[in-house]
Design a protein around this ligand. Sequence first.
Ligand code: SF4
Length: 227
Amino acid sequence: MANFAAVNITRMQNVLLHCCCAPCSSAILEWMLSHDVRPTLFYCNPNIYPAEEYRIRKDEITRYAARLGVTIIDDDYDHAAWLAQVKGMEQEPERGARCLQCFRMRLLRAAEKCSELGFDVFTTTLASSRWKSLEQINAAGQWAAQHVNENPLCTHPVRFDDRNWRKGGLQQRRNELLKENGFYNQLYCGCEFSLEAMQRKQANLADGPSHTPSCSLSAPACPSSGE
Ligand code: SF4
């Protein structure tokens, strides 16, 4: 079990956990529940394309949350609004400007929901994936918290917990839980641009592994991330 030197989520504190998918959420949820932290999950992923892929990922985390007895809040799926937010960045590579904007959009919604619910802290399962830039995720989370807190109408300030959820054995535990639960094997990060990149890779590879999966069981150390 993970043993963080500095744990800044306190026992029983109200925590909103932005979740991208069941695989990325599993070890974090296990850690929280074993430390008397019962988070509320917030599913906000309008980046996912197509809608069927969105539904599959959402249904899986919803089922998993129900099994654990954890509340999950489903945010709107407005992919058109997401596309408008990343307009002009379509050709950016993963970990580029489009991804930062994508994190900002989702974490701003999480920060707003956290404040609205009167919770003190929010964090995200996005940070569990080693395929994503931790720096980008943390910058987006801090920006979102600041944006909400500086709003003159804000009645409940929030804090973003920027811990590294890949450490303390959680990366390994995530992979174990992925296998144990037989989670849906996500092959790309989420948006149509990551889907196209994955398809291009598949087309270019004559032999060997056919892709660099986002949450695949087949990649070492769980590339993970559903996003
Ligand atoms: S690749 Fe992933 S993080 Fe980047 S914009 Fe697409 S869905 Fe968002």
